[in-house]
Ligand binder design. Structure first.
Ligand code: CAA
Length: 258
């Protein structure tokens, strides 16, 4: 069996998943995509995991993109299949995962790497990170959701510029553009992500999972986000967490969510 391309570590209810192909700048080959897909599904199934941090190994890259060497000789049909399977197995899965994912962008996040970070719910970058969608320099377009998610995050004009120039932007520009939530030193990156995750895990996991559905509903064609919010708000009232959260407030104590 091939060696695993990811490392999984648990710290209380926070699971860190590290993409571990540093010599290839953590490029996403099909094995890594499959392993990440399984790891996210496993984390979602485990009640003890309440937040996920996703990062890359080594000092240079989060993920430098889809594995160019793997797809360089693909046909039109194989290209479509690569993109569709990526969307289904990993990128849509991540965006819709009921467990929140924080991308800790520790270096290059290019092409499929930035697309992976954009599929996460929250992004934090180290100040040496570089982000871009350089696909058109290879004669291809972003194929793991980048044309859609980048425009959603930074607006159509900036997305068009990043995609058409194939350029990279700094962590500070990414922060100013709203592409990442925070910028830290490289040494402080995981600490900052764990701090955010630490706040998340104190709250109701069931409410967070329903909030993810409601927020994401805005980006699904033909779905009314407000109607989804009404539906999911109502569903909260049937959960144990709602009973515990409201009772704890009335009893003037901290909620103890199971
Ligand atoms: N795919 C495959 N291998 C990659 C890779 C990628 N996306 N990015 C880097 N590597 C490999 C390099 O080939 C090299 O391997 P070897 O030592 O075996 O030759 C190793 O990682 C180190 O890379 P470099 O020597 O190039 O490192 P550098 O510091 O000189 O440059 C870099 C760093 C600017 C990130 C450069 O590696 C680079 O431009 N990488 C490609 C970035 C890219 O175009 N990404 C988009 C991919 S296409 C995509 O993602 C499609 C999609 O949307 C689905």
């Amino acid at each position: 069996m091939a060696e695993s391309n990811i490392i999984i570590e648990n710290n209380d209810s926070i699971r860190t998943i590290t993409i571990n192909r540093p010599k290839q700048l953590n490029a996403l080959n099909s094995q890594t995509i499959n392993e990440l897909s399984e790891a996210l599904k496993d984390a979602e199934k485990e009640n003890s995991v309440k937040a996920i941090i996703l990062t890359g190994s080594g000092e240079k890259a989060f993920v430098a993109g889809a594995d160019i060497k793997e797809f360089a000789s693909f046909s039109v049909e194989e290209g479509k299949k690569l993109s569709k399977e990526g969307h289904d197995k990993l990128f849509d899965l991540a965006q819709n995962l009921s467990t929140p994912i924080i991308a800790a962008i520790n270096g290059f996040a290019l092409g499929g790497g930035l697309e992976l970070a954009m599929s996460a719910h929250i992004r934090v970058a180290s100040d040496n990170a570089k982000m871009g969608l350089p696909e058109v320099s290879l004669g291809v377009i972003p194929g793991y959701g980048g044309t859609q998610r980048l425009a959603q995050l930074v607006g159509r004009g900036k997305a068009m510029e990043m995609i058409a120039t194939a350029g990279m932007i700094s962590a500070d520009d990414a922060h100013n553009w709203g592409l990442v939530n925070h910028v830290t030193t490289p040494e402080g990156l995981l600490e900052q992500c764990n701090k955010i995750a630490g706040k998340i895990v104190k709250n109701s996991s069931s409410a967070i999972s329903l909030a993810i559905i409601a927020v994401n509903a805005n980006y699904v064609d033909g779905v009314d986000g407000f109607a989804t919010e009404i539906q999911e708000f109502g569903n909260c009232f049937g959960t144990d967490d709602f009973k515990e959260g409201t009772t704890a407030f009335i009893e003037r104590r901290k909620a103890n969510f199971k």
